[in-house]
Design a protein around this ligand. Structure first.
Ligand SMILES: [Zn+2]
Length: 528
């Protein structure tokens, strides 16, 4: 199967019909493809990245004007087919050892043989099965994959690879990175959903000059092994486009002829994959890689390498909005390159009436073990560069105040519950989660109002700040009362609860952060 030429990508057309397409068919305009239809959520995210990577590699636009023209009108399907076609020799899924096979080690003759379920990130390892912790996939459930699902599993693993034991390398962005993609909020074609995430050539990611280069597709040459006599791979040593095609794991799929009913998609094919071989010490990505589709935490002193943001226990909420959509000065989080580039150069070229979203997804990994897969969409506002700067500053104040409030709430609920709160351990971050949940709607309303305010005023939005002050205060009251008074009657000490409540609001009012948004005129002298 050739991943450029053959129709292997599960998709949905405008009339709702499911089909399989070759990559170039994303440019068809008659009953166009509107969405992908992978059999698993992690494959869906991976297929998006496969196609974005292909567009970036083969057809990056020269500048933002050309980007905009193509957003509104895709290239002719024939033209796209021939641009992609130049790369076809690198995209054979199966080949003899010594000939290139997509995302597989060129020369791997021998290695540990594994069942195909081992390609799935949530598949249980040996110890997990023994401990009966195989939540997602019960061992023995996935025995054979059709070539299409095998390709999706392979790309998903190489893209997200967690640590896999001694010498089994993590992905280029670290194990289980967060990926953030821009998407139109309303109806749109798949072409538009993908093209929103393609950068123009000024970003150093221009289309490849030599199409079949091992600097981009590392499987075209023997692997840069990373054992004792091997080497790490730094960004300056290979082409930047390799970021889209990272290959940390040495793998060879073994194709089997004969009828197959795929364990994942249920499709019937004439060949299948039930095993692969693998070996450790594959490409070891090191240094300051900055993948364009992932947000990073940047050390302001530049002493630490950029750290890709990962899945979070408890998922995402609005306190992550700044770091994922713009920049969070409090912790150094910075939106993915495609998102920053969109705000800086592209947003002005699109119809502001068509709202956008940021689709954030990834695994929450505990080393080798997948705890959960999660997805979240956040609103993206179309702001020019100077407007974005103002909104960033003002929204930072809102988020900082919410963080401060959540922290105070947790601290004082603990004081209400326990005589000696400092001695009590345990995870009570569910209190924060409930607090953020309760204030989410108001946050996004305030954010939209900040964006409107920034259109014609550069002074801080005092009235909005005050509104946010009241929102936080109300939420503290409700959440504190619900949680603190929820203890069992014999454990509850009402005097202690009331003292904790008074302390909460005293600290809230005197907090340095909160003072920034507190109403200037106080109707009554406060006694709390
Ligand atoms: Zn399948």
């Amino acid at each position: 199967m050739n991943l450029i030429e053959d129709p292997w990508i599960p998709a949905i057309r405008a009339d709702g019909r499911q089909c399989r397409i070759a990559p170039w068919q994303i440019a068809e305009t008659d009953n166009p493809v509107v969405e992908l239809a992978a059999p698993r959520a992690d494959f869906q995210g991976a297929l998006y990245q496969f196609l974005i990577g292909l567009l970036q590699t083969a057809t990056a636009p020269e500048d933002s004007e050309q980007w905009s023209d193509l957003y509104h009108e895709p290239p002719l399907a024939d033209k796209l087919a021939s641009a992609f076609g130049a790369f076809a020799p690198a995209f054979e899924l199966f080949s003899e050892v010594g000939k290139p096979a997509f995302l597989q080690d060129l020369t791997l003759q021998e290695g540990e043989a594994k069942g195909i379920a081992g390609l799935l990130i949530d598949a249980p390892g040996g110890k997990t099965v023994k401990d009966n912790l195989d939540f997602f996939i019960k061992s023995g459930q996935v025995e054979q994959l059709c070539p299409s699902c095998a390709a999706q599993a392979l790309f998903t693993l190489q893209t997200n690879a967690p640590s896999g034991g001694v010498g089994h390398r993590v992905g280029l962005r670290g194990g289980g990175p967060l990926t953030t993609l821009l998407k139109p909020a309303g109806a749109s074609t798949l072409w538009q959903k993908l093209w929103l995430n393609v950068l123009d050539s000024s970003n150093g990611l221009q289309s490849a000059n030599t199409v079949l280069s091992a600097d981009i597709f590392s499987w075209l040459a023997p692997t840069r092994v990373s054992d004792k006599t091997g080497q790490a791979t730094f960004p300056e040593e290979v082409a930047p486009l390799q970021m889209y095609w990272g290959m940390p794991r040495r793998i060879r799929l073994e194709k089997q002829p004969g009828f197959c009913q795929c364990s994942l998609c249920g499709g019937e094919t004439e060949s299948s994959v039930s095993h692969f071989i693998t070996r450790n010490y594959g490409t070891n990505y090191d240094g300051a890689w900055l993948h364009p589709l992932t947000p990073y935490r940047i050390d302001p002193k530049k002493e630490q390498l950029p750290l890709s943001l990962k899945g979070q226990k408890g998922g995402l909420n609005y306190r992550h909005w700044l770091g994922l959509v713009l920049r969070d000065d409090e912790n150094g989080d910075q939106a993915a390159k495609v998102v920053r580039d969109f705000q800086a150069t592209k947003s002005a070229l699109l119809d502001a009436a068509q709202p956008l979203q940021l689709w954030c997804f990834g695994y929450d990994m505990d080393n080798m073990k997948a705890r959960c897969w999660y997805e979240h969409t956040l609103p993206v506002m179309q702001l020019g560069a100077s407007q974005a700067e103002l909104v960033q500053q003002w929204a930072q104040v809102l988020v900082n105040c919410a963080r401060e409030s959540a922290q105070l709430l947790r601290q004082h609920i603990k004081q209400a519950w326990y005589r000696r709160p400092k001695d009590v351990g345990g995870d009570i971050t569910f209190i924060d989660a409930a607090f953020y949940q309760a204030t989410t709607g108001d946050f996004y309303k305030a954010l939209a109002a900040l964006a409107r305010h920034s259109q014609n005023d550069t002074s801080p939005p005092q009235a909005l700040y005050e509104g946010w002050f009241h929102t936080l205060k109300r939420a503290l009251e409700t959440q504190f009362d619900q949680s603190a008074l929820n203890a069992t009657p014999e454990a509850m000490d009402l005097k202690r609860v009331m003292a904790a409540r008074a302390a909460l609001f005293k600290n809230f009012h005197s907090s340095k952060q909160i003072k920034q948004i507190k109403p200037a005129k106080r109707p009554l002298k406060e006694t709390a």
